[in-house]
Design a protein around this ligand. Structure first.
Ligand SMILES: [Zn+2]
Length: 198
């Protein structure tokens, strides 16, 4: 007997996003500071036998909001203390998950104290060299600007490669290789065609 699936309920999923302010008392210098964290969460609601679609929609939204609140409560983002430049221990864990177990972001705390990633980025842009961008990534690991620093490093490396192997020279080599292959191919073909003993 064939199985016929009978729909009996309708499920709704709602997704909400929002932000919360997190208050931190610095583990190292006891300074208080705040930062904003953003997040996104989903919730589900089921309308059994399709009898309560509207209620199910509202429940999915309420669940999504509850989940978002809970997620924002327990989440932390790596943000250095504006006074001493240290990342809090739970933030160090987040950064180590991303950059490796031996990475110690607080080795650079003094470079961060009393300044911001924006100001440091301006300085790195002025210096505009490999060392400046590498230092920026190590000192400001949480910053969104590390992406731009990586792009700059990539550009610098690309320019270096271009100096060592200019495109014109690369092209000349490719043409020579193709020419050699054609000649050898022709010789192979001719010796196969005319060199066979009959
Ligand atoms: Zn501090």
């Amino acid at each position: 007997m064939p199985l016929i699936p009978i729909p009996y309920a309708r499920r709704y999923t709602a997704t909400v996003s929002g932000s919360a302010r997190k208050r931190v008392t610095c583990f190292f210098c006891q300074a208080s500071f705040e930062y904003e964290i953003t997040g996104r969460a989903s919730g589900k609601g089921t309308s059994a036998l399709f009898l309560d679609n509207k209620g199910a929609k509202e429940r999915s939204l309420a669940h999504a909001r509850e989940n978002l609140d809970a997620a924002l409560q327990r989440s932390h983002a790596p943000v250095p203390c504006p006074l001493c430049g240290n990342y809090q221990p739970n933030m160090v864990d987040i950064l180590r998950a991303k950059y490796g177990r031996n990475y110690d972001p607080n080795a650079y705390a003094r470079n961060r104290a009393g300044t911001t990633d924006q100001a440091a980025w301006q300085k790195a842009r002025t210096q505009n060299n490999e060392a400046a961008y590498r230092t920026f990534i190590e000192v400001w690991p949480h910053s969104g600007l590390t992406t731009e620093a990586k792009v700059k490093l990539y550009e610098i490396e690309g320019a270096k490669g271009e100096q060592a192997w200019p495109a014109a020279r690369r092209r000349a080599i490719v043409i020579r290789i193709l020419f050699t292959m054609t000649v050898f191919g022709a010789i192979a073909f001719l010796s196969w065609k005319f060199g066979r003993p009959y």
